[in-house]
Design a protein around this ligand. Sequence first.
Ligand code: ADP
Length: 578
Amino acid sequence: MNRPHPFPMEQAANAEAMASKIKELERRCGILQETVRMQGRFADIAGILSSAVDLPKLASSLLNGVFAATQLFAGMFLLRDAAGGFPIIESRGVTLGPGGLGCIQDLADRAAGSRDIVTQDCIGAGDIALSCADPDNTLSPARMLAAVSCHYEGAVNSVLVFAAASPISLEALSFINALSKNVGLSVNNALSYETIKKTTEELNSERNKLNAVMYNMADGLLVTDMAGAIVRVNRACLEMFGYGKENMAGRSVESVFGPAMRELVEHGIVTGKRDAISREIEIPGNRTAKALATPLVHEAINTSSGAYIGVVILIRDITREKEVDRMKTDFLATVSHELRTPLTSILGFARIIKKKLRETVLPRISEDEGTVQGAVRQVSDNIEIIVSEGQRLTSLINDVLDLAKMEAGKHEWHMTSLTVAEVIDRAVSATAALVEQKELALSLEVEASLPHVTGDRDRLIQVLINLISNAVKFTDAGSITCGARYKDGVIVVSVRDTGIGIAAADHVTIFDKFKQVGDTLTNKPQGTGLGLPICREIISSHSGTIWAQSEPGKGSEFFFTLPVHQALTDSRAQQGAA
Ligand code: ADP
């Protein structure tokens, strides 16, 4: 007997369809859940990528993220190097045999040439094994490889490679592919960060070395800003002024190092030229130092005040040198003094002999005594040389004695009120013949109604005569300009020429005794090398400064300043304000 079907046929068919729909729904639900899970993982990894700046950490987090989101547990991160190769930066769960590396490199090259993920079957390759995540860490051969390249601004910078013991699911492949789109930028950020870190470390190490060099220099070093505040000071400078290891940054130069240093800084700022200015300053313990101030120029900066960002001052204790120099001057002065008396007799008698020869001997020699006449002429010429060399020696001796007297503070100054214009006039008249001889043009640029100054007229004329004669001596063609102007409480007098010029390295040293620059052996100009040191002594005894600016081949300009009396300065300021 046929047992009746528990459900009618139609109902059974419906139930079956329902069951299959439920299965399909369950399957889709599973996919959806998996997709949501993967999206969650994707968001996690994206978060890591955006914040990671350390490349090995980034690579490790990346692989971990992919392993957590997929069934994969073996992968590598390869970074493109400068030669276009792909060295492995991070490797997880992969063991490479002898041919494994080549296989990975080929795959990386393929991935670099494609915008999509590339896969490779490697059944039987045996060179790439996977370390299974079981307690024994057994190895199983890889059966499938997948690689994807990561880009930044169109260029490949890295490749991700994954290996599996069975075919990699499509979901996993598309997950890796999607992820790779975010990796390129993060890798670039991490590389930039590494470069910045390395550069910063290098810069820091260079700065530390430089600081050590500056701090331990035997000479003092002081750097100020444009306002005269201390930016940097080294140990030698602090010790010279009797300080310990105090922090002086930000304090005013004057409050720490006194008015002389402030003046030097101001001078460097005011002149605003790249030339160095040197000055002797008194330092504690009755010692003397030489300070050389140079405006600090920053080529990359060009503000309204130009590229000047401060002043750098080098300070050397020259007490010992000064002492030796003084002894040398004393010795020279003594010797010169001893030479002067016999030299006066030599010159005097030479002049008498010359006169007697010309007036008494020569007229008595008859024309037929040709040989005698010739000999007497020769003697007369030789005596001429004795006289001119004797005069040169006398002027050298006078210069040495003058300088020694001034340096020892024994010179008597005849200070009166005078105008710079009259000093210039007198010096110009005295040198007119020299200027004319060389067919040079001399012009004046003297400001009208300059205030009076207090000074030793003859000595100031001597300074200008020396500067103009030097200008004539070292100029073959062109012109000489003598100027005077008022500026910030001083009168600045200048002598400019269009002559041979002076190299920057000699702008300061030419004021040293016996310093003559250029080829003094083959092309020795007349002179003693004492003119400028005497000028410097005279000007500093007038509380002024003297310096040179020059460029070889373009001419030179010598400047000196003379302070204007304070009362006059005030009245002039009032005139200006009115
Ligand atoms: P000198 O008696 O040799 O002129 P100075 O002390 O006056 O001695 O000058 C020193 C040196 O400075 C000169 O020998 C010369 O080399 C250089 N000098 C001075 N003035 C000028 C100038 N106007 N142009 C070029 N060089 C100069």
